[in-house]
Design a protein around this ligand. Structure first.
Ligand code: DON
Length: 305
């Protein structure tokens, strides 16, 4: 731990002076109001020690990182059945791409591209009268923090310009892969994307992925070991969209990014780490966050490979 702490501190200091060539997401107007210089890191180890640096306590819009929590809920309800409606293949395309969706008859490549998460939202809507409440209760239980909430400004902002996501859902509905009303599914989808959490909260919450699916703080079985391995595999192959190969090559960890500037990554049996830095590369992943994680796994000489 001593070692991780000093390694993290050194890298963090180095990256505060980093030339960040990224651009903040502006297609969701509210995200453009976030201070682009924020920079936070949180790493939680399996022996429940946490290192927080910089803006680690600053809440931000987790965006697509939420899709992992959404998937867990649906997977635990439906089991392997969900893979009839969404695949587990890398897409090699942007997170909001439409190209493959028509060719593949409304079955999204994986649950982490927007189309895939929208199908997962539809599945949960078929199970719950009030899926938003179920989702936020699930997250609050995992984080052991009842203050966690959606950011309704971000939600409304994204909904007001969500043309592409509406196009995706309409395409899927035309192929019969959406069961519920489009507006209800989209409302739920935009809500989960607006989830607001800090690096410190996220690295603690996602630690079960490093521990065979068991939350080390509460001993709750969040996922069976087999399902846990499977979601780690999907994160490795699909968590960074058309940059999943690059992330595996440079960082070597399963993880998930969001256009709010957060990146979560897991080293099984060791730790969960979360970086937040709002400026994104052209694939929609945090520019400084990715460079930071590359440096971290290089310095610690450890990855899943
Ligand atoms: O649907 C969207 O476009 C956003 N709510 C989420 C996209 C996202 O975070 C992609 N990640 N890098």
């Amino acid at each position: 731990m001593e070692n991780i702490h000093s390694v993290l501190e050194n890298i963090y200091n180095k990256f505060t002076h980093f030339e960040d060539k990224g651009q903040q997401a502006t297609y969701i107007p509210e995200l453009a109001n976030v201070n682009e210089n924020l920079f936070g890191i949180s790493l939680t180890t399996l022996n429940q020690e946490q290192v927080n640096l910089g803006d680690a306590q600053q809440k931000f819009s987790v965006q697509s990182i939420s899709k992992v929590l959404l998937l867990i809920m649906a997977y635990n309800i439906e089991g392997e059945k969900i893979w009839k409606r969404v695949d587990v293949e890398p897409s090699g395309a942007a997170f909001n791409s439409m190209i493959l969706l028509e060719l593949e008859k409304g079955i999204p490549r994986n649950p982490f591209i927007n189309a895939g998460a929208i199908v997962i939202a539809d599945i949960l809507l078929s199970h719950y009268k009030n899926p938003e409440n179920e989702f936020i209760s699930f997250v609050r239980r995992l984080t052991n923090d009842t203050s966690i909430d959606f950011d309704l400004k971000v939600y409304a902002s994204e909904k007001s310009v969500g043309y592409r996501n509406y196009a995706l859902i309409n395409m899927m509905k035309s192929f019969g892969n959406i069961t519920n009303l489009i507006d209800e599914v989209m409302d739920f989808y935009f809500k989960i994307c607006s989830l607001s959490m800090s690096c410190a909260q996220l690295s603690k919450t996602f630690l079960f992925f490093a521990n065979d699916g068991v939350d080390p703080f509460t001993n709750e079985v969040v996922l069976t070991p087999s399902r846990n391995r499977r979601i780690n595999a999907i994160m490795l192959l699909c968590g960074f969209y058309d940059e999943a190969g690059e992330f595996a090559y440079r960082v070597g960890l399963p993880g998930k990014s969001g256009v709010g500037g957060g990146i979560l990554a897991i080293l099984p049996n060791k730790y969960a780490v979360v970086v937040f830095s709002p400026k994104l590369n052209e694939k929609g992943n945090s520019y400084r966050g990715m460079a930071f994680l590359e440096c971290l796994t290089t310095e610690l000489s450890d990855s899943v490979f």
